[in-house]
Design a protein around this ligand. Structure first.
Ligand SMILES: Cc1cc2nc3c(=O)[nH]c(=O)nc-3n(C[C@H](O)[C@H](O)[C@H](O)COP(=O)(O)OP(=O)(O)OC[C@H]3O[C@@H](n4cnc5c(N)ncnc54)[C@H](O)[C@@H]3O)c2cc1C
Length: 374
């Protein structure tokens, strides 16, 4: 389905970051890539899609297509002539089956926040967007398992979970725009991977449409499922190359009642590693994030985002987050940890944020930096 895209990604990895420029040229003008042997969209194809989805769920005007043809950072640009917005698995199945029979290439697209140009067409692939597949189907308040369509925005899932005392197990800078189907397709990690692991563990099941339109129902909601092969793993991180994810079943942890954040300045990377080991030993079950930034990262953020270090200049910085159920206990533990790393000269300076607003400011620094640097 997306062999061209895979080749382009390989090409990308060889590019130096400096060579990325915000150009008006399309990807095919900038890179020596060859279009596959696919048919071009014609009136007959357009008519089929109109009959299937109606006029309101098809975009063909250049202005409307622009945002689907360009990636988040404006580094790559495709020239798709049509965007399709199915609402149901059956519609996705019919689209893929038709495209397969008519040799039309497609590009699955979620929130289009991908940072390697994989979410936009390289040539004139048909964009199949999950924008309207945004229904939360079920939330089991005993197990914390949520089942939803692939186009649910990560932050909206989190808001839904909040009312029942749960949270999504992943948190990233793009959470207000990215879709859960896109997260699964990229095996997105994010800030809390250290605590909750990656999506191979948190995704309990998937519903997927294969390139020929066949619907695969692997939408298990059972955590301790030891039956047969777990085909879902093939689709986690496969970036739409093996199938189109339509539904996701996700195991969600209880929402933390207390979140604390420490921001530290360190002399060198060796001390970063030693502090990491110490954090795992001392903070143990409440450690939820451990993120490293170097001096250039913070300097760059100062210039581009107006974000400065709250503790002065150091070669390395750490953002350490704890989350638990007892604020007094957690703050006490983090305070003792901070005292120890300062006494042992692992860290040169540090500050704590225990009030929710300050915690948000600190973690937002990191989320903004992710976006700004990219
Ligand atoms: C500010 C910022 C911070 C980020 N932070 C992180 C981070 O901390 N960790 C991290 O891992 N990533 C991070 N990312 C990148 C991350 O991969 C994406 O944000 C997100 O996971 C992609 O979701 P999306 O819905 O935007 O997918 P898209 O960008 O639309 O698509 C991503 C890929 O998945 C495919 N795809 C999308 N939907 C489907 C589907 N339903 N079925 C099959 N294939 C599909 C697309 O074809 C494409 O190849 C960040 C991005 C930004 C902009």
């Amino acid at each position: 389905m997306r062999a061209t895209k895979v080749r382009l990604l390989l090409k990308y990895s060889k590019c130096r970051v400096e060579s990325f420029r915000r150009l008006s040229d399309t990807t095919q003008q900038r890179f020596p890539v060859n279009r596959g042997d696919f048919n071009r969209l014609n009136d007959g194809h357009r008519m089929y899609f109109q009959q299937l989805l109606g006029n309101n769920r098809i975009l063909t005007e250049e202005d409307d297509l622009a945002k689907y043809n360009k990636d988040w950072f404006g580094f790559v640009k495709g020239s798709s002539q049509i965007v399709l917005k199915p609402k149901t698995t059956e519609e996705v199945s019919q689209i893929l089956s038709f495209c397969n029979e008519n040799r039309l290439a497609i590009c699955p697209q979620g929130g289009n926040t991908d940072v390697v140009g994989a979410s936009v067409p390289v040539f004139d692939e048909i964009v199949v967007s999950t924008e309207l597949m945004n229904e939360i189907i079920d939330l089991d308040e005993n197990s914390g398992v949520i089942v939803c369509q692939a186009g649910c925005v990560l932050e909206n899932i989190d808001k839904k979970l909040e009312a029942s005392g749960f949270m999504v197990p992943l948190d990233l800078g793009a959470k207000g725009s990215c879709h859960i189907g896109g997260n699964v397709s990229t095996n997105a990690g994010g800030l809390r991977l250290l605590r909750y692991g990656n999506l191979h563990g948190n995704v309990l099941g998937l519903e997927v449409v294969k390139a020929n339109g066949e619907i695969m129902d692997c939408l298990s909601t059972l955590k301790k499922d030891n039956t047969g092969f777990h085909l879902k793993h093939l689709f986690i991180g496969s970036e739409g190359t093996l199938g189109f994810i339509t539904k996701v079943s996700l195991q969600c942890p209880p929402r933390a009642k207390s979140i604390n954040v420490a921001f530290l300045g360190l002399q060198n990377f060796d001390k970063v590693l030693k502090t990491f080991r110490k954090a795992k030993e001392d903070l143990c079950e409440i450690l939820s994030a451990f993120e490293v930034m170097d001096f250039s990262t913070i300097e760059f953020s100062k210039d581009t985002l107006g974000i400065t270090s709250p503790i002065g200049n150091y070669p390395f910085y750490l953002l350490i987050e704890t989350s638990g159920s007892n604020s007094e206990h957690d703050a006490d533990k983090l305070n003792k940890f901070l005292d120890t790393v300062l006494e042992k000269h692992l860290a040169l300076n540090g500050t704590l944020a225990t009030e929710p607003t300050k915690v948000n400011v600190s973690t937002n620094i990191h989320r903004c930096i992710q976006g700004g640097i990219n």
